[in-house]
Design a protein around this ligand. Structure first.
Ligand SMILES: Cc1ncc(COP(=O)(O)O)c(C=O)c1O
Length: 342
């Protein structure tokens, strides 16, 4: 029985074409800046996102942290969502390693930050306060796409108030495919964007931070400080270039599979949140959670714990796999209903 892993879109394994590209990559020592494949990837990403320069990182966490540390000095502040990866899921790196003060704000149900609240959170120029320097957004966030008009308003606010703007664009290609617009349109006006190659795009590792050249130059020193400057990393960059060439448009399949999964689970009477991209959030009764996960595992389905279950579609799950997943849920709830009738 093959496994269907819906824990994350990070679980994909490189296929034969990507492995060939990696094996054949022309490499050099990137500490000296002479890995041609890394240089090509950085340039390609910068061009695609409409930025001046790019910098290759091993992970999205490090790329975000380097961006924040390049925008904010010790004691300066970033306004960020409570649900943002940079704030919630990166082990407090900005505070621990960057001495940056986060000013978290509650994300609205659509994933955005209320811009009036952002403006109100900007600290006055007074020695009591940290200096507010940066606003960080995330797109997609929890699988949701930030509306284009909202992004334009966020950029206008940042410009008006003299703040920098960072985008955690780990899944910004999902957002672009969903909206049917070129990805650079969603990044217009941002000073830096962190783009993961290891999520829906299917590379085994790697994130590119793109942005203004002066910020990327600072990020290069921060990356070195954080231990993220690699040597013959063209082997990984080749996977990233392959992913950009072959796996971008097919993100639409992941979105269609997520919709299929959402519809299937809703038809079982489960509460499913509206699906926008490649993430499905389904609510299961708390008492069913552990037995359900065990049942799903017995059917080859890997999921993360939680009564609000996050299921993520990706390159290594096709429509037949989705149907198997729905059937695994269905058989659990059929059996549970039978038991409750006895
Ligand atoms: C939105 C978002 N940003 C950043 C990251 C960090 O990426 P990495 O796991 O490569 O550190 C993740 C990882 O899941 C993510 O979902």
């Amino acid at each position: 029985m093959s496994t269907i892993d819906l824990r994350s879109d990070t679980v994909t394994r490189p296929g034969p074409g990507m492995r060939r590209a990696m094996a054949e990559a022309e490499v050099g020592d990137d500490v000296f800046g002479d890995d041609p494949t890394v240089n090509r990837l950085q340039d390609a990403c910068a061009e695609r996102i409409g930025m001046e320069a790019g910098l290759f990182f091993p992970t999205g966490t490090q790329s975000n942290l380097a961006a924040l540390m390049s925008h904010c000095a010790r004691g300066e502040e970033v306004i960020v969502g409570q649900e943002a990866h940079t704030y919630r899921y990166e082990a407090g790196g900005m505070a621990v390693l960057g001495s940056i003060q986060p000013q978290p704000l509650q994300n609205r149900p659509d994933g955005s930050l209320d811009l009036a609240e952002v403006e109100a959170a900007i600290k006055p120029n007074d020695p009591h306060f940290a200096v507010t320097k940066l606003v960080a957004l995330e797109n997609t966030i929890g699988g949701k796409v930030l509306p284009r008009a909202y992004l334009a308003d966020a950029v206008a606010l940042a410009r008006r108030r003299g703040l920098w703007l960072h985008l955690d664009g780990a899944r910004v290609f999902n957002a672009a495919v969903k909206l049917g617009v070129p990805v650079d349109r969603l990044c217009e006006g941002f000073d830096t964007v962190s783009v993961c190659l290891s999520k829906g795009l299917g590379a085994p590792a790697g994130t590119v931070l793109v942005g203004r050249r002066d910020v990327i130059d600072r990020a290069k020193r921060v990356r070195k400080m954080l231990g993220g400057t690699m040597r013959q990393s063209g082997v990984l960059a080749a996977a990233g270039l392959y992913a950009l060439a072959h796996h971008e448009d097919r993100l639409a399949e992941d979105h269609a599979n997520a919709e299929r999964l959402g519809r299937g689970l809703a038809s079982l009477g489960l509460r499913v949140e509206p699906v926008q991209t490649n993430m499905v959030f389904v609510h299961v009764p708390r008492e069913s959670e552990a037995p359900l996960r065990a049942h799903l595992a017995s059917r080859g389905l890997m999921t993360l714990p939680g009564p609000r279950m996050r299921l993520v579609t990706h390159l290594d799950v096709d429509a037949a796999g989705i149907d198997r997943a729905v059937e695994a849920f269905a058989s659990f709830f059929r059996a549970a209903n039978l038991k409750s009738q006895i």
